[in-house]
Design a protein around this ligand. Structure first.
Ligand code: NAD
Length: 256
């Protein structure tokens, strides 16, 4: 339920309220989805302009990957390394990093695998779905940095045992990395304020993170030009705009 107190506020008042809440809170977290990277030129999977309108989601199915490594890698390379790979952090990533450095944000739980929070300078990032910048050996589990691997020949092979490498993000049919899972829910239990930025809330178990924050008493602030599954269930304040633009305004309110 949206708190009536916040619901009827004008957008300007709501932004001021968000800035005040962040200032006052002892532990704030951001929970981010594909929408935060849209202003960096990376489309979401779902929706009108989503990647699933162009690609078959089976290229990210773990069984398909194991039986059709070369073909899966052909699309993986195109989507995640030729296309995503060129993206740079936008204002939203940058403001979150600044909030963290200023002691106003304690953690970022991201569903994204594009490494843009880290590139922007955020340090406490819990990668719920992994990170495309690392590749993992399907046999020995050794991690390789993408910059050390030649993707001209696909599938790429492990420098140690020659087995096929897989991006170190989770495919359909794989579990959440245990440490990221544990840390994300710990942050959700600890936080007083949770910013949900650019997420439909349709992907589980990730969506349970902000729900856990709400159950533990956090104020939920959502930044999204559209409504999501969170909007009418747990959101207290909805800033209905683009992540980069809304966070720039919050930044001005906090620092200028
Ligand atoms: P999602 O749940 O991540 O939702 C995308 C949301 O972003 C939508 O609600 C949309 O209204 C919102 N949005 C669009 N533009 C925005 C903007 N400028 N500012 C704020 N919000 C904006 O949905 P998905 O894309 O189907 O993602 C499924 C899963 O795949 C998620 O885990 C997602 O994080 C991951 N994914 C990651 C990337 C990436 O790493 N950049 C890209 C695509 C998908």
């Amino acid at each position: 339920m949206i708190l009536p107190l916040f619901k009827n506020h004008k957008m300007e008042d709501q932004r001021v309220k968000v800035a005040q809440l962040l200032k006052k809170s002892k532990y704030s977290m951001a929970f981010t989805g594909a929408g935060i990277s849209v202003e960096s030129g990376i489309p979401p999977f779902r929706g009108e302009l989503g990647l699933w309108n162009k690609y078959d989601p089976k290229v990210l199915d773990i069984d398909y990957f194991h039986s059709n490594g070369k073909r899966a890698w052909f699309f993986i390379r195109e989507i995640f390394y030729e296309f995503f790979g060129k993206a740079q952090p936008n204002n939203a990533h940058r403001v979150l990093a600044r909030l963290e450095h200023s002691g106003l944000l304690q953690a970022v739980v991201t569903q994204n695998i594009d490494n843009l929070h880290q590139l922007a300078g955020s340090k406490h990032v819990f990668e719920f779905h992994g990170n495309s910048n690392r590749l993992v050996c399907t046999e020995c589990g050794r991690l390789s940095d993408i910059s050390d691997i030649n993707l001209e020949d696909i599938p790429p092979h492990c420098p140690v045992d020659g087995s096929i490498l897989k991006p170190d993000f989770i495919f359909f049919g794989e579990g959440i990395p245990p440490l990221a899972y544990e840390k994300s829910f710990e942050a959700a239990r600890d936080c007083e304020v949770c910013l949900i930025i650019g997420s439909t809330g349709e992907v589980t178990p990730a969506a349970y993170v902000p729900n856990t924050a709400k159950r533990n008493g956090a104020v939920i602030i959502e930044i999204n030009p559209e409504e999501s599954l969170f909007t009418h269930s747990i959101t207290d304040i909805h800033l209905r705009g683009k992540a980069g633009e809304e966070l720039r305004i919050i930044e001005n309110l906090l620092f200028e």
